[in-house]
Design a binder for this molecule. Sequence first.
Ligand code: ALA
Length: 417
Amino acid sequence: MNTFDPKLIRKDFPIFERTINGKPIVYLDSAATTQKPEAVIEALASFYRRTNANIHRGVYALAEEATDLYEGTRARMARFIHSPTSHNIIFTRNTTESINLVAHSWGRKFLKKDDEILLTDLEHHANFVPWYLLSKDKQGMPRHSVPLTKDHRLDMDAFKKMLTPQVKLVAVTGMSNVLGTITPLKEIIRIAHANHSLVLVDGAQSVPHLQTDVVDLDCDFLAFSAHKMLGPTGVGVLWVRPEILEQMDPFLGGGEMISTVQMDDITWADLPYKFEAGTPNFADVAAFSKALDYLEKLGMDAIRSHEKGLVRYALKRLSELPDIVLYGPSDPELQGGAISFNHKIVHAHDVGTILSEQGVCIRVGHHCAQPLMKALGVSSTARASFYIYNTEEDVDALVKALGRVDQVFGLTGAKRK
Ligand code: ALA
C-alpha cells in the first residue's frame, strides 16, 4: 500500500463488514482498543492450527517454531521502537502490568521514603495507582502531580518548579487517553535527566499513533499494549534501559525465570526471561508481529498525518455545534487522535447511548483518569478516538448522531435557548 487511504485500509478489517441494528459500525473508540486486520486474526488462528506448542522448553521442531515466532516478535518490536537491543524488551499482559513491574522491581528496590515521584494530571490510573501503592509501602513516599495549562497542555513551568532534587522518577504519559494531549516527552526527559531523575513513559496511547524511537527519546522505561495498535489482547510491552534492567529484582516468581532452584538458593534466568515468569501469552505475541508489519508498512508518519487531518476536521465540525463543550488543546499539532467533549445539557452516558443507537461507538465516563476529571471540573466526558481506518465520513456520522441527541432531548431550534 503506497498511498494512505482509510477506505482501502478498512477492507483489511473484517469487523467493518458487519452492521449493528442494520447500521454500519462507526468505530470511534480506538483509544480503548483498536480493531484487528485480517493478517493479525489469521496469524493467531494459524498459530493454533499449525504451530501450537509451548515455547522455550521443547526440543522438537514444533516447539522450536513456536519459540522462533515468539522471539521473532521481540526482535520485530526492537526494530519498531528503534531499540538497538531486544533482551531489554519484556512481554507482559498489558501496560498496567508493565508499569506495576517497574514499581515493584525497580521502585521497591531503589526508592527510599524521602524520594519523590512526579506524575502529571494527565495520567491514566495505570500510571497512578502503582505509584500510590508503592508510596504506601514506603511509609508515605511523596508523589506530586504536574498541573495543566488552561488549554489542557502540561504546564511545563510548573513541571520545572516541581522537579526538585528529591524527585527520583518522573512518570508521564506520551499522550492523554482522554484529551489526546501530546506531551513534550523529549523536553521532559532532557530536563528530568539533568536533574538525575529517571523517566517512565506510559506509551499506551502514544506508541500506536506516533513514531517512537527509544534512543532519540532517551527514556528509561517505556510501557505500552499490543491491543491498542492492531495487535491481540493480553500482550503488554515493557522496554527498559538495559543497565537499569540488569539491576532490577524479579517481579513474579515461577517457572522460566530461574536458572537454578534449590530450597534456599535460586539464581535467575538471563534477561529478559528473568521477568517473564510462567508460560507467556505466546500465541498472541506471535500474532502481534503482523500488527507491527501492518503499521510499519503504512508508516507511522503517515498515520500521524492522517490522524492530524481527522482531528482538525472533527474539531472544526464539533466546535460548530452550539451545545458541545470541547476539552483538550484543540490544536491538531498538540493533539493525537482523541477528542473529549460534553453536551451542555445531556449527560455523557445518555449521549453515548443515543450515539450507539446510530451505530456510533464512543467511550463515555471517567476514562480511568479520575484525577484528570477533577482537574477539568467534570465527572465524565464523551470521547471520540480515531485510528487508521477512520474517515471524515465517520466524523460526519458522529456530528449527525449528536444532532439526534438534541432531537431526543427536544433541544432543537427555539427550545435550545
Ligand atoms: N485505557 C483505555 C481507554 O482509555 C481503556 O479507553
